[in-house]
Design a binder for this molecule. Structure first.
Ligand code: SAM
Length: 362
């Protein structure tokens, strides 16, 4: 038998109720973890399904026709998501990113956007592969979305089709970016995950294409998320190399961060034709300023992208717990947070069974 077996960290069947303390504590708007990091961002996976099978994220060998995606009733409803979002807002969250899986596959997503933008002071955005934007961009804009991020790993059709493994042409994503701009959702951030030997030959071509377009291209180091992508350190193209390669083609200057804790390091073209960003999750860990919580498709709270287990908030909500109880539980979980995975990454930790990105939300 030479079939490849990939063990997944599948804790979807485990249902451990987070304990609800007897004494309830009201949110103060500033919730710090054990390393003094506030909770400010919430990433919400609205579906574990995707219309791509990117080889480094949802490889077909695992996510095939027999893979059991979550049933509809397991997913948090929009009302449940909005309820949790309001509680997180009370704890200090001011930015929500909808993701997945492919978030635009979730039917009527714009209704959720409308509920989330109604939370005072909340900035809402989403990350998408872009192919459904020609259909969805106007409704998302009308619902109150102001900007979004599109993932695009290559401009070369052969490379791109091989990476998404669903034979989707680059033109479909470019049409999605145009549709987002036309709907008033620009400038669009474009994320390119760089994997050595797969698409690193495309770095300068991508930079050239988006230079002067008004969109902001960001290069992301290939990470050891999940357990199915066969990650090796040798596959990572360090951001410093990305900047060097682009700098050899176009003069670049560093730009100050927009705010403290910004994960992308910014560079601008010296001729004024825009900027790029690099996200060095592997070579320059930013755990010390990480303010992100993650909510999985079925309502588990994760305090790190590389977590091995989460906290079942859905069970509490469906168990008729009050907002005050949920807020107290969330407060306690965050206060105990000590995660700093990327700072302590080794070949051994990379081999641990971690939660898949499509489930926890990229
Ligand atoms: N389907 C949406 C999309 O394509 O943007 C949202 C979900 S996807 C998991 C979010 C982002 O995570 C994408 O930009 C994807 O390229 C990135 N991603 C997935 N696996 C990754 C990995 N191993 N390392 C770095 N980024 C990864």
């Amino acid at each position: 038998m030479n079939q490849r077996v990939i063990p997944l960290a599948d804790e979807r069947q485990l249902r451990q109720l987070p304990p609800v303390p007897a004494e309830l504590v009201a949110p103060s708007g500033l919730l710090l973890d054990s390393r003094g990091r506030p909770v400010k961002d919430l990433r919400i996976s609205v579906t574990d399904r995707c219309n791509f099978r990117c080889v480094y994220c949802m490889p077909k060998a695992v996510f095939d026709k027999d893979y059991a995606f979550l049933p509809r009733e397991a997913l948090l409803s929009f009302e449940e998501i909005a309820r949790l979002a309001r509680i997180f807002a009370a704890h200090g969250v001011s930015k929500i990113r909808l993701t997945g899986g492919e978030p635009l596959l979730r039917r009527n997503l714009e209704r959720l956007v409308a509920q989330l933008v109604a939370i005072p002071g909340m900035e809402v955005t989403l990350t998408t592969n872009g192919v459904l934007l020609p259909k969805k961009a106007p409704a998302l804009k009308a619902a109150g979305l102001t900007r979004l991020t599109v993932s695009l790993d290559s401009l070369d059709d052969t490379t791109f089709r091989a990476m998404n493994d669903m034979d989707v042409p680059v033109a479909d994503v470019l049409a999605g970016i145009d549709a987002a701009s036309a709907a008033g959702l620009g400038p669009v951030k474009i994320n390119m995950v760089v994997k050595r030997g797969m698409n690193d030959h495309e770095i300068v071509a991508m930079a050239r294409h988006f230079k002067g377009s008004g969109h902001i291209l960001r290069f992301i180091e290939f990470m050891d998320v999940g357990s199915s992508n066969g990650w090796r350190m040798d596959d990572v193209v360090p951001s410093a190399e990305v900047v060097r390669r682009i700098g050899e083609a176009f003069a670049l200057e560093p730009v100050d961060p927009n705010y403290s804790g910004e994960v992308a390091e910014r560079w601008r073209y010296a001729d004024g034709s825009g900027e790029i960003g690099v996200i060095s999750s592997v070579t320059q860990a930013f755990c010390s300023t990480c303010t992100r919580a993650r909510l999985s498709t079925e309502g588990r709270l994760y305090t790190c992208l590389f977590a091995q287990s989460g906290h079942d908030l859905r069970a509490l909500m469906r168990g008729q717990r009050s907002d005050a109880e949920l807020a107290t539980v969330i407060g306690q979980i965050w206060q105990q947070r000590g995660d700093r995975y990327s700072e302590i990454r080794t070949a051994e930790t990379a081999a641990l069974r971690k939660i898949e990105m499509s489930y926890i939300g990229g």
